[in-house]
Design a protein around this ligand. Structure first.
Ligand code: MF3
Ligand code: CO
Length: 249
């Protein structure tokens, strides 16, 4: 069942989500060669706590980090640790915040120093796909119109969309109904209504869409070893344009 949030609830999810946007601005200057992924976790946790929030990921199904840090072939759910970033890598950072019992969830992929043109294109196309998906999150549309817009853009640019992981409803919990695949036929699934709040999160691979789970049982990486990018926003469906909640504005 898809929970319809009241205006008050959307306001609370906006507060949680805005903290995540602040975290990205704060952590960005740390993303350079030599930085340990654990240091990124520390910077983000400090800020979440300074705002009175809690990491939504820590201990979620036993997850050991406060954030997820996934490098190059890693798609999502990389665990922060002693590893250092290196020039030319791309690094995805995924952050979830709970404030006043309401959840926000967002992710971005950053360049570490100078990266190849292929990687630049991967970041651009993944973020564009997210925004095209969000633009379909309107009353009158159906859920899979979001999915189809994402897949269409990604495949037009000759990249592939990960099938095994999906976006989701978010708000009173980190993961609520519905599941939101990043691929599919248009005009399928539930009709979108004001007050629905979604975490839309395309994961886009430069090579094939196949992924594997690592021995740590968390990290997901590409089967072919090619790079992968991830952008995610928490958004609300309104009577008018979709509202992106995981921004500073
Ligand atoms: N944004 C991811 C998701 O929506 C992150 C959750 S992973 C975990 O599933 F670390 F919390 F487990
Ligand atoms: Co998510």
């Amino acid at each position: 069942m898809i929970i319809i949030k009241s205006q008050r609830e959307v306001d609370l999810i906006r507060k949680s989500s805005r903290i995540i946007a602040e975290c990205f601005d704060l952590v960005k200057p740390y993303i350079k060669p030599g930085v340990k992924t654990k240091e990124l976790d520390d910077v983000v946790l400090d800020h979440i706590q300074s705002r009175g929030g809690i990491s939504a990921f820590k201990n979620y199904n036993g997850y050991p980090g406060n954030i997820c840090v996934s490098i190059d072939k890693e798609v999502v759910h990389g665990i922060p640790g002693e590893r250092t970033l290196e020039e030319g890598q791309i690094v995805s950072i995924d952050i979830g915040v709970i404030l006043n019992n309401y959840y926000g969830d967002a992710a971005r992929t950053f360049a570490v120093g100078a990266i190849t043109d292929d990687k630049k294109k991967l970041l651009r196309v993944t973020e564009e796909a997210l925004l095209k998906g969000i633009d379909e999150a309107r009353v009158g549309n159906r859920l899979s119109d979001i999915s189809n817009a994402i897949q269409t853009h990604v495949e037009r640019e000759n990249f592939s969309v990960v099938r095994d992981l999906v976006g989701h409803g978010v708000g009173r919990k980190l993961h609520e109904d519905p599941q939101i695949p990043n691929y599919g036929e248009p005009n399928r699934g539930p009709r979108l209504k004001p007050g629905m709040v979604f975490a839309i999160e395309p994961m886009v691979n430069m090579g094939s869409f196949q992924v594997v789970v690592a021995d740590d049982s968390w990290t997901i990486y590409t089967k072919d070893g090619m790079p992968s990018a991830h952008f995610e926003h928490t958004i609300a469906i309104t009577a008018g344009d979709p509202e992106i909640l995981s921004v500073i504005g």
